[in-house]
Design a protein around this ligand. Sequence first.
Ligand SMILES: Cc1cc2nc3c(=O)[nH]c(=O)nc-3n(C[C@H](O)[C@H](O)[C@H](O)COP(=O)(O)OP(=O)(O)OC[C@H]3O[C@@H](n4cnc5c(N)ncnc54)[C@H](O)[C@@H]3O)c2cc1C
Ligand code: SF4
Length: 330
Amino acid sequence: MNPFAYQRATDAAGAVAAVMGRPGAAFLGGGTNLVDHMRLGVALPDLLVDVTRLPFDRVEELPDGGVRVGALVRNSDLAADKLIRGRYTALSQALLAGASGQLRNLATTGGNLLQRTRCVYFQDVSTPCNKRAPGTGCSAIGGYTRYHAILGASEHCIAVHPSDMAVAMAALDAVIVVLGKDGEHRVRLVDFHRLPGETPERDTVLEHGELIVAVELPALPSGARSAYRKVRDRASYAFALVSVAAMLDVRDGTIAEARIALGGVAHKPWRATRAEAVLRGAPATRENFRRAADAELADARPQPGNAFKVKMAANTLVAVLRDLTSEAAR
Ligand SMILES: Cc1cc2nc3c(=O)[nH]c(=O)nc-3n(C[C@H](O)[C@H](O)[C@H](O)COP(=O)(O)OP(=O)(O)OC[C@H]3O[C@@H](n4cnc5c(N)ncnc54)[C@H](O)[C@@H]3O)c2cc1C
Ligand code: SF4
């Protein structure tokens, strides 16, 4: 591991100034992703600014019925929080589907959003990778692609974003609160992560030194239900092959509102806007669920090693929608 300096931040503006003023500086959250990357030589920060003592560790109800989650709320605390379990079931389920109990105890909300891809070539510094070393090529294309993208990829990178939590937040219309040099601004989660295009080294729209301070979850329609389902190679410690987060508001058998996101299929949590458009205003039937899934996956471009994901994603989406509308779930 390269030598690095360590500072414990005592105020948010000071933390932002410290990282912005030094190109090699990075924030340290729970360290469960960044420290692994430092050990592997994937990340080489020369200064770590530890933000875990900043006062962003609360889950608070907002006056409009939404909820504000501090960026330092640990994943296990967020999953167990009463407001989250009661109102945002998909988010609690997604968090509990991620990593292990010990990791969730350390991992923070902000760090989880910024965790980097698990593409094996990205983590192996002996192989070409445009995301880690721009311009070197993509070892995954023509290589091992079981965990790679089927939607929105480019010839420069076919990696997927690994977070479960972010997929649920995408379906719940979450907004990220960012502190930069000019104060706070807000970015919708669906606009926060990027598709790879020609610059796969950039995962998000965040500028160097900008600090995530919170995530806000808007109030859901009164009758809304939400759920998260993850399909993976084994029951623990495995990233999603595909996952689905969905929120449905069904009134008298008709879908008044549908918000859906897919995980494990793209460089960002994939908001399934085509499926939503098919479902809005339609009867909540299995045929319509299938039509919605097919519409969403129509543009899928799988790799030779992950063609199975297209059907898997469609079937998982149908299954989640059926669960959400089954009599037993009411
Ligand atoms: C064995 C293993 C299995 C896992 N399985 C899963 C899984 O199934 N599903 C899943 O979703 N995740 C999984 N994870 C990943 C885990 O969820 C992430 O490592 C964790 O959420 C990262 O949070 P952290 O606070 O530790 O981030 P850190 O490692 O501290 O930071 C990650 C990145 O975010 C930056 N950062 C941190 N906080 C902020 C902030 N507030 N503002 C701006 N930048 C910030 C850091 O500089 C760094 O670049 C797994 C990890 C391991 C090691
Ligand atoms: S898919 Fe992306 S992360 Fe993986 S090797 Fe190619 S460029 Fe690197």
